[in-house]
Write a protein that binds this ligand. Structure first.
Ligand SMILES: *Cc1c(COP(=O)(O)O)cnc(C)c1O
Length: 374
């Protein structure tokens, strides 16, 4: 752990970044300047090369957090007479439903329990029943639970039925290897402060060129107009329409360099998997049970049930761990008392070992001696 940070963020973003990523921000840039616009253009190209081998894919960067990009996408690519099928099995699926409601986009919600993966049969029958549906939206890794949804199967169904497929890949992009052709995605949305390990401030959309090019005039917002943002970046070689998050962009460029240096997305995935394995093994040893079965779990964030002990509170554990330089995350599941620990960011298996050790100390301090199974 770097000495200049007070604690490791074991959260799903913003997350712990490297000192070199943070240092990259110690320079001011003019948003008009050619150096800066070249940096932006290079980032756009690198994002495309991370996610496709052969498709004609383009990218748009957009100010704001990840939600702004999801909203920009839903609000800009669904035509006025379009209709979106939104698969919801967690807080981020629910947020897409809310966006559709707020923007008055016609939609049908596939509402599912948070602890079950998106049901392919229900997606298939909804698509068969309702020919008015034009777009399908899915959250890849549902960060609420750490659930990995079946993007490949949903993408195939969308393609078979001739629908446009939008994937909220916020917490999986850069941390799990796949391409847009693997999932037959038309729009993939992610942000700077997740698995690429940049700092917060903007998100991005990777889009099939022919899809995005056909969406002029659809946007329901000026600042979140994806098409206009894209045209400006294309026509003016990396220029953003409005003030761009220059420091964040420079940190992101450094983060992409560090992703390459680590060995790319495959290598990063292996590290996250190892973080996750060490964490789960250690926590189970202390009596904690995971919310999800291992088969449904992405190596991004892990949800644990509270301990069944009267002295256990999330705040108690949180405070003890923070004192030991770890910040964990509250739960977001409505049907169970859980907390979450992120596996992503500039965090390594040894950090996870130390975290488990710190948890053991915390439980001692709180006089909690869980009854271990078996
Ligand atoms: C982080 C995240 C978002 C975006 O959340 P913000 O708070 O707006 O950054 C959207 N979807 C998923 C699945 C996420 O993990």
């Amino acid at each position: 752990m770097d000495d200049d940070i007070p604690y490791l963020l074991l959260t799903p973003g913003p997350l712990t970044t490297s000192r070199t990523v943070r240092s990259a921000m110690l320079r001011d840039y003019c948003t008009w300047d050619q150096d800066y616009n070249e940096l932006v253009t290079r980032i756009r190209e690198r994002l495309v090369s991370l996610v496709t081998r052969s498709l004609d894919v383009t990218s748009v960067l957009m100010q704001g957090s990840g939600t702004f990009c999801v909203e920009a996408t839903l609000g800009s690519v669904v035509p006025p007479d379009g209709k979106v099928l939104i698969a919801n099995n967690g807080a981020y699926g629910a947020r897409m439903v809310k966006i559709a409601e707020r923007l008055r986009i016609d939609h049908v919600e596939l509402a599912q329990p948070e602890i079950e993966p998106t049901n392919i049969d229900r997606v298939r029958s909804l698509l068969a029943e309702d020919p008015a549906i034009t777009h399908v939206a899915l959250v890849h890794c549902e960060t609420t639970t750490g659930m990995l949804n079946p993007a490949k199967e949903v993408g195939r169904l969308a393609r078979e039925h001739g629908k446009v497929f939008i994937l909220d890949a916020m917490s999986s992009f850069g941390g799990i290897p796949y391409t847009m052709e693997d999932f037959e995605v038309d729009y993939l949305v992610s942000s700077a402060n997740k698995c690429i390990q940049g700092v917060p401030g903007f998100g991005f959309v990777l889009a099939r060129h022919e899809c995005l090019a056909a969406t002029e005039g659809y946007a329901r917002s000026l600042s979140l107009d994806l098409y206009d943002q894209w045209r400006d970046m294309e026509d003016h070689h990396g220029k953003w329409r409005f003030t761009s998050p220059t420091h964040t962009v420079r940190a992101f460029s450094q983060a992409l360099d560090e992703l390459d240096a680590e060995g790319g997305v495959e290598a990063r995935h292996l590290r996250y998997q190892e973080n996750h394995r060490v964490l789960v093994e250690g926590m189970r040893g202390l009596g904690f049970a995971t919310l999800l079965p291992d088969e449904q779990q992405a190596p991004i964030i892990t949800a644990f049930h509270y301990l069944d002990a009267p002295e256990f509170t999330f705040q108690g554990l949180y405070d003890q761990l923070k004192r030991r330089r770890f910040v964990i995350y509250p739960g977001k599941v409505s049907q169970a008392a859980t907390f979450r620990i992120g596996n992503i960011g500039h965090v390594f298996p040894d950090d996870m070992r130390l975290l488990v050790e710190s948890c053991r100390e915390a439980l001692d301090e709180l006089n909690i001696s869980p009854v271990l199974p078996g």
